[in-house]
Design a protein around this ligand. Structure first.
Ligand code: 5GP
Length: 205
């Protein structure tokens, strides 16, 4: 009799600049039973971003075709571009016992809550708004307009605080600690009684 080894769908959401990318990278390096869902987007690649690794970079036409053929588990428009989670990869991973992280924004997170009630929703936040602004400006890859948009959007995201199951604070230079907390959340979730419904029967052999 073992604790559930079924894959868990974990949504990691948080304002741009909260450090989701760094934390996910660290989690993936530490646990090979977890994968990141590679989203499709119509936004242009940033320097260093690789097609198929960071995102599938597609045209608006291709994205709209994917929506029409129901290939997207969820999708949204964010700061003028489409972003979405292709359904097939996520389902395959979960069925084979691998947990999947969706690194997605608020609207996507709320859609997943509705569509996948078993999913675990984690909100990642920097310690305060000023730190968020410093991080966004420090990236040097966003335009001033884009930074302003993203800061505005961050206010909305924080206002949905109580729709999430967990909150994790990502302090400057402490990303490993935040990643450990997310790993601990995943481990705790595996022990939920609702994910282990066969135990009472198995217990008596
Ligand atoms: P960025 O342009 O900075 O890579 O991403 C902008 C926002 O879109 C981030 O908050 C990111 O988490 C979110 N995002 C990335 N992929 C998806 C997706 O597939 N669906 C949704 N809803 N949001 C996404």
């Amino acid at each position: 009799m073992d604790i559930s080894d079924k894959g868990i769908l974990l949504v990691l959401s948080g304002p741009a600049g909260s450090g989701k990318g760094t934390i996910v990278k660290n989690i993936l390096e530490r646990d090979n039973m977890i994968r990141l869902s590679v989203s499709a987007t119509t936004r242009a690649p940033r320097p260093g971003e690789i097609d198929g690794v960071h995102y599938s970079f597609v045209s608006s036409q291709k994205f709209e075709e994917m929506i029409a053929s129901d290939e997207m588990l969820e999708h949204t428009r964010y700061c003028g571009n489409y972003y979405g989670t292709p359904r097939e990869h996520v389902n395959k991973m979960l069925e084979s016992g691998i947990s999947v992280i969706l690194e997605i924004e608020l609207e996507g997170a709320m859609n997943i809550r509705r569509l996948c009630p078993d999913a675990v929703l984690v909100l990642l936040l920097p310690p305060d708004f000023k730190t968020l602004e410093n991080r966004l400006r420090g990236r040097h890859t966003n335009t001033e307009d884009d930074i302003k948009n993203r800061l505005e959007r961050a206010k909305t995201e924080v206002s949905f605080f109580d729709k999430y199951d967990y909150v994790v604070i990502n302090e400057d230079n402490m990303y490993e600690k935040a990643a450990t907390t997310v790993l601990n959340i995943l481990d705790s979730e595996r022990h939920r009684t609702s994910r282990n419904k066969s135990i009472p029967t198995d217990f008596f052999g």
